[in-house]
Design a protein around this ligand. Structure first.
Ligand SMILES: Cc1ncc(COP(=O)(O)O)c(C=O)c1O
Length: 388
């Protein structure tokens, strides 16, 4: 059995008949950016997140960068975030003129450990960027109370957390502003690039509207030096078709996550993901942890199962970040996680047979049933699955 880490073709087959006419409509009208689809999507997504405003931009990276500029981040400002994230989190801080300051993670959830934030605050600290990684929200109450105590802005990196919740409040509605990515493999993904800033604050929304469009409110009147980071109409049309399915898709992800966790529960060598009581986890990724990670990944690959590592090199140890003063050992939990984590196939259209097969293959690995078999013969796992 061949199982991809993410298979987007299955979803497209279901949505094709809804999506193609909407794309055709955009082409027929030739109104290709900042048109009806973008503005309607902004309203729909703001309402979904429970924020007043949403501003469509070109990518999640643009969303983070422009949200940070909109809350006032500029040269010399320090922004506290995590190193266990996709590289773009730090990149956006630097693009805004700031300097990332990394704190370690809570090893249970792989997200920012709020207890470590205060020690990282200096007179130059201006903002905190909590990252709701893998679809699990950061423990936000302490983050918000620290931000109030020190007068810091909070910009959520919700790029992996469409529909996730913290104590019943949606990711995106927890900080001063939040950034979403519509990268094609996200829980809500476009068919190209896209992103969104959501906020309850009108001034932040207006600033992002200007920043995404060369600093203008009126055409050819440039009030700010900014950039082009507009969301295009084709992507917005696709996202408007997909948004009403998001909750169903997240529910399916949660079901597969439960199945994985139930079937792997008794394996001491495999740590399955935790969802804290405060969080509604939407499993953008289903990430297990094992000291045998590299061997398990090879074993799964040799049995047709694709996996991923999100992320193998922490941001603070990336060559591009060598000027920020970190070295191996700076963030022990982050570095340990990077050595041991493994993302299993996760998407709403998985089947029970596929989840069963992945779990049996892992169980075989753990139980050491790795007897050599003649070339071309099905593995014991494949025979078991074929036999039902
Ligand atoms: C946590 C996180 N932050 C930021 C981004 C950047 O989003 P994009 O790829 O749309 O620029 C991503 C997505 O890849 C992400 O996963």
């Amino acid at each position: 059995m061949v199982i991809e880490l993410v298979d987007l073709k299955r979803q497209y087959q279901v949505l094709r008949e809804e999506i193609m006419p909407r794309i055709e409509q955009v082409f027929a009208g030739m109104n290709l950016f900042l048109g009806e689809n973008v503005y309607r999507l902004e309203e729909e997504f703001a309402s979904y997140c429970g924020t007043r405003h949403a501003v469509g931009v070109g990518s999640g990276t643009d969303a983070l960068h422009l949200a940070l500029r909109a809350v006032g981040i500029g040269p010399g400002d320090e922004v506290i975030t995590v190193s266990h994230t996709f590289f773009a989190t730090a990149e956006a801080i630097v693009l805004a003129g700031g300097r990332p300051v990394f704190v370690d993670i809570d090893p249970a959830t792989y997200t920012m450990a709020p207890a470590l934030i205060e020690a990282a605050i200096t007179p130059r600290t201006r903002a905190i960027v909590p990252v709701h990684l893998y679809g699990h929200t950061v423990d936000m109450d302490p983050v918000i109370s620290i931000s109030r105590k020190y007068g810091l802005s909070v910009v959520e990196d919700a790029c992996q957390a469409h529909g996730a919740e913290y104590k019943g409040v949606k990711a995106g509605a927890l900080g001063d502003a939040a950034a979403f990515s519509f990268y094609y493999s996200k829980n809500l993904g476009a068919y190209g690039e896209g992103g969104m800033v959501v906020t309850k604050d009108r001034e932040i929304a207006t600033a992002v509207q200007m920043l995404r469009n060369h600093g203008t409110r009126e055409r050819y009147q440039h009030e700010l030096l900014a950039m082009n980071a507009r969301l295009d109409e084709v992507q917005a049309a696709v996202l408007r078709v997909k948004l009403p399915y998001l909750d169903r898709w997240n529910a399916a992800r949660r079901t597969w996550a439960e199945e994985y966790s139930r079937r792997l529960a008794d394996l001491e060598e495999v740590v399955t993901p935790v969802a804290q009581a405060y969080a509604k986890h939407v499993f953008h990724l289903y990430v297990i942890r094992t000291p045998e990670r590299d061997r398990l990944q090879k074993w799964l690959k040799s049995h047709g199962v694709s996996t991923g590592i999100h992320y193998p090199i922490p941001v603070h140890l990336q060559e591009a970040c060598s000027g920020f003063g970190y070295s191996p050992g700076s963030l022990p939990e982050t570095e340990a996680a990077a050595r041991e984590i493994l993302s299993l196939p996760m998407y709403p259209e998985l089947t029970m047979d596929e989840v069963t097969y992945v779990c049996r293959t892992i169980r075989d690995f753990v139980h050491g049933k790795k007897a050599r078999r003649p070339k071309g013969a099905p593995s014991s796992v494949a025979r078991e699955v074929a036999a039902g």
